[in-house]
Ligand binder design. Structure first.
Ligand SMILES: Cc1ncc(COP(=O)(O)O)c(C=O)c1O
Length: 405
């Protein structure tokens, strides 16, 4: 494990600080780290023992590659309540999955309901589809804490509405959207639902059947504990999505068109087998632990973090209040202190990794009233400990004191 270490003459107790001289990682909303050891072991083992293309060859190594991918697809289906694992296509990240869903489903003149909490990975493809296909988009408002106005969402349906595209969890405010209720509304109106589960896959219970989700985009490198370069899209069997990429699939080679059979239809080109071998182990850890237990633990740590930060004079916490539902993402601001300065001091003087700025979601910052400043985002994940949370609280308290004096 790398250890970056900087020191300052700050006054946090010697032992505590020495113990934290390795990186204290609070950027799980971007990518989770450290990964469970079995993830790295599976990737290393793959690279050493095999290197063949899955689905492209009848030799033993190619079959082993296919088996790992099959196994991961099955485990993902188990986790996400997907009936047929072949309805899950692997992608390079959540952004690719979202682009596949939006551009493969939306046609000239369609209307989409989205929200003011979306990441640029939803907003930019939608804006591109507005410009190029005349797609119409309504961004349903959210309040400052990141709650969507469900009445406004219900009022947004039009005759030409074909899709609702919503985040499950805000990557800035940590709020959780009522995907179940939105799914019910969509089902009644005959409108399909795309959910961006970038912040929740592996960290919150998700069941595509129970929640009426037709398309679910997820990254492998966040709550599912896999490597960067992995992700996926669940595509309901009722939807015939136009493929995003065309090319070789290892089978049906005599056909000039992309095969109809899933998942081949959506997986042109060689897959990231080493990444998927690692992701499979991450998913197994999540399945073993259970998303309810993971969420409960991360929520408790978020409450501890919030309670500690609330002791800092003038500090503004964004998102849901103490005691309310949220993910492990806690964003905050100190009056008159630039968030990027706070981020830099946390990194250089305390070895604490947080994210600052607009977090690829200017809409959410606009909603929270922080578009001009951005915020400091401390995000808790699977590997976060209580001691680490206490250390972050002490560091922020100390920086605030020093800054004030
Ligand atoms: C809400 C949300 N959507 C989409 C993405 C994009 O995910 P990826 O980096 O896997 O493409 C992120 C990444 O942080 C996110 O937070």
């Amino acid at each position: 494990m790398p250890s970056i270490f900087f020191f300052s003459d700050q006054s946090i107790g010697g032992d505590d600080k020495q113990n934290m001289m390795k990186t204290t990682y609070f950027d799980h909303a971007a990518s989770s780290w450290p990964k469970p050891p079995q993830v790295a072991q599976a990737v290393g083992k793959w690279v050493e023992d095999n290197g063949a293309n899955p689905g492209r060859g009848s030799h033993r190594l190619a079959m082993d590659a296919s088996r790992i991918i099959y196994d991961c697809r099955w485990n993902l289906a188990d986790l996400l309540g997907v009936k047929n694992p072949l309805d899950i296509a692997f992608t390079a990240n959540a952004t690719m999955a979202l682009n596949m869903a939006l551009s493969g489903y939306l046609r000239e003149g369609d209307h989409v309901i989205s929200t003011e909490l979306e990441h640029n990975s939803v907003r930019r493809p939608l804006e591109w589809l507005k410009r190029t296909r005349g797609v119409e988009v309504t961004y349903v408002p959210a309040d400052r804490k990141g709650n969507i106005d469900l009445t406004a969402l219900a009022d947004a349906f039009r005759k030409n509405t074909r899709l609702a595209a919503v985040s499950h969890g805000s990557n800035v405010l940590g709020s959780i959207l009522q995907v179940g209720e939105i799914g019910e509304m969509c089902r009644k109106k005959g409108v399909r639902l795309l959910v961006d589960a970038a912040q929740t896959a592996g960290a919150l219970p998700i069941d595509v059947e129970k929640m009426n989700i037709d398309l679910l985009a997820f990254p492998g490198h966040k709550g599912l504990l896999g490597l960067q370069g992995t992700g996926g899209l669940y595509i309901s069997p009722e939807i015939d999505l136009e493929p995003f990429m065309y090319g070789g699939t290892g089978g049906f080679s005599e056909e000039t068109g992309q095969p109809d059979v899933r998942p081949d239809r959506y997986e042109a080109g060689t897959l990231n087998t080493p990444g998927i071998a690692g992701l499979n182990e991450g998913v197994k850890v999540v399945l073993q632990e259970g998303t309810e237990a993971i969420h409960r633990r991360e929520w408790e740590l978020s409450q501890l973090l919030m309670e500690g930060l609330m002791q800092v004079e003038g500090l503004e916490l964004l998102g849901p209040s103490l005691g309310e539902a949220r993910t492990g993402t806690v964003s905050f601001l100190l009056p008159k202190m630039d968030p990027s300065e706070m981020g830099m001091i946390l990194d250089k003087s305390y070895g604490i990794a947080v994210r600052t700025g607009l977090h690829c979601s200017p809409l959410s910052h606009q909603t929270a009233g922080t578009l001009g400043s951005g915020a400091v985002r401390a995000s808790i994940g699977f590997s976060t400990t209580r001691d680490e949370v206490v250390y972050v609280i002490q560091a922020v308290q100390e920086i605030a004191r020093t800054y004030r004096d």
